[in-house]
Design a protein around this ligand. Structure first.
Ligand code: GTP
Ligand code: MG
Length: 522
């Protein structure tokens, strides 16, 4: 089976490099935070523990990706700024924005227990992320001023809002009272009605949090005479600063102007055109089939550390499948998914209007929901194995104009599954039989399908086609459409759509018969 017949589908992938010298910011923001905070009983208007958890996750992000040199966050959002010379993942926007959201949410789920030891995480959280490019340091300065301004305005409004509600007003009365109020009026309301001096509220709530690295002198050891040996180390610092876009704050920290540049002037009014560019979201072509393909980041290492069976770990694959089922249950517009190894492709129906077809939002929502489900369900599939570190996935979206090309895309992935699985089965059998990895590689070089099958059968008594179908075919996930006959009052029988069950299947999806048997999928 030659893969080249289908490989043309790769040419539909588009480049999305953030061109040098634009600065890269990744902005992440919890999806439907009002529901999440309500279900998890967060304090209003600010839950200090939830904010500390956000800060702790952001700190892990800085540790994981050394190119991120500054982060600012408040409420349910965080912005991560990459150093100007960064070449991280060739500056590909989708890859970077999905990885950051995925890693962030994986840490969020992992650390939940540490911050909320007595509260169960009820459902898998997800974050939307996007890449913002800043043409110059002045634009970055405006971005930071904008975010901190929103933090301030939002927090002041929410503080008034919840004080009024707690004092007995209904939600709509409160909205009416606060409508069109100015900053000064809200401060007065807080002071006069509730005795609250807004300025005295915790800086964490009013100003948000900044994270960056500073150089500090640390004692690393003592010499033979007992004298301390000191080294300059980069240490992470968390501060709540009044004006992060101000020159005095920025220029005070040498690491910031070295990695990003100086703030030359104080910022006045925030340029509306800049804000427009920060809010810009590019959209996927209408009426095309959208495939969001996610792939485990460094799963070679992840599978080694977690001692996955070679070449296939059935439990690991079942965990992947269970997350894919959850994704289909969460996103009604996803009609089909195909998974193999550490990757999954999700197909959105061509008419989908999910998130107004905003590409970053679609990718990040799927990747982060998949990742948090993976971490939450790990214990169900590996009850005796601890998750040693948070996994992450990257994602991309590709548009296919016709269902025929979409089917070629899926065929491309299934052929890949077949080629890799057959190769890996031979490779690991040879290694298990005593060959070194290089010997096994040399042995297999240039062999065709038939020769590999013969090797398995003659040397190891394995009939390739009798291996578990999940390994050979990969996994397909889709809804079984069930129609229920309902007799209406007038005696007519009409078809009523009931909640369709999401199933996992291991069919040959290259064979047109599969699609004929399930005509409702596409
Ligand atoms: P990036 O995706 O580029 O970050 O690298 P990666 O290390 O994730 O490699 P890639 O996605 O190309 O391939 C997936 C890798 O995951 C495989 O090469 C295996 O090392 C590992 N892997 C996936 N599934 C299994 C499994 O069931 N068992 C074992 N042992 N390893 C697996
Ligand atoms: Mg991978």
């Amino acid at each position: 089976m030659a893969n080249s017949k289908y490989e043309y589908v790769k040419s539909f992938e588009v480049e999305d490099e953030v061109m040098f010298p634009n600065l890269i910011i990744i902005h992440i923001d919890s999806l439907d935070f009002s529901r999440f905070s309500q279900v998890h009983k967060f304090e209003k208007p600010n839950d200090e523990t939830a904010l500390n958890l956000m800060n702790s996750c952001a700190s892990s992000v800085l540790e994981e990706y050394p190119d991120i040199v500054f982060a600012y966050g408040y409420s349910d959002e965080y912005s991560f700024v990459f150093k100007k010379t960064s070449r991280f993942y060739q500056r590909r926007a989708s890859k970077i924005l999905s990885l950051v959201a995925s890693f962030f949410v994986a840490v969020y789920v992992t650390k939940w227990k540490e911050f909320f030891p007595h509260r169960k995480l009820v459902y898998a959280p997800s974050f939307a992320s996007k890449a913002v490019s800043c043409a110059s340091i002045e634009v970055l300065q405006a971005y930071l001023a904008w975010r901190q301004h929103d933090c301030h305005i939002g927090n002041q409004y929410d503080t008034c809002f919840w004080m009024l509600v707690k004092s007995g007003k209904t939600l709509s009365e409160t909205q009416e009272i606060l409508k069109d109020t100015q900053k000064q009026q809200r401060n007065e309301l807080l002071f006069q009605q509730f005795g609250i001096n807004y300025k005295m509220l915790p800086a964490l709530f009013r100003q948000g949090s900044c994270l960056f690295k500073t150089k500090v002198e640390e004692t690393v050891k003592h010499d033979e005479n007992g004298n301390p040996v000191k080294r300059l180390r980069r240490r992470e610092t968390l501060v709540h600063s009044e004006n992060i876009a101000g020159r005095s704050f920025w220029n005070e920290h040498s690491s910031l102007h070295k990695d990003l540049g100086h703030f030359a002037k104080e910022i006045g009014k925030i340029e509306p055109d800049y804000v427009k560019s920060f809010q810009f979201e590019s959209r996927l072509l209408p009426l095309t089939w959208v495939v969001v393909r996610i792939d485990g980041c460094h799963f070679h290492r992840f599978s080694e550390v977690h001692e996955f069976e070679k070449p296939n770990d059935e439990q690991a694959l079942k965990l992947m499948n269970s997350c894919a089922v959850a994704v289909l249950e969460e996103f009604q517009d996803i009609v089909f998914a195909y998974g193999v190894s550490d990757e999954y492709s999700f197909v959105l129906k061509n008419k989908s209007e999910l998130y107004k077809r905003q590409s970053s939002k679609i990718i990040s929502a799927i990747v982060s929901f998949f990742t948090s489900t993976y971490v939450m369900r790990w214990g169900d599939f590996f009850p005796h194995k601890k998750l040693k570190y948070p996994p992450s996935f990257d994602g991309r979206a590709v548009c296919y104009p016709t269902s025929d090309i979409l089917l070629d895309y899926l065929a491309w992935r299934q052929v890949d599954c077949h080629i890799n699985n057959q190769y890996n089965t031979c490779f690991w059998m040879l290694v298990k039989s005593g060959k070194s990895k290089t010997q096994a590689q040399d042995y297999l070089k240039g062999t065709q399908t038939r020769e590999k099958n013969e090797l398995l059968s003659k040397q190891f008594g394995i009939e390739y086609n009798s291996l578990p179908v999940i390994f050979r075919m990969g996994s397909s996930v889709f809804r079984l459409k069930m129609q229920e006959g309902v007799t209406e009052e007038n005696g007519e029988v009409s078809g009523k759509q009931v909640e369709a069950e999401v199933v996992v299947d291991f069919s040959n999806i290259i064979d047109p018969c599969f699609w004929q048997q399930h005509p409702h999928i596409l």
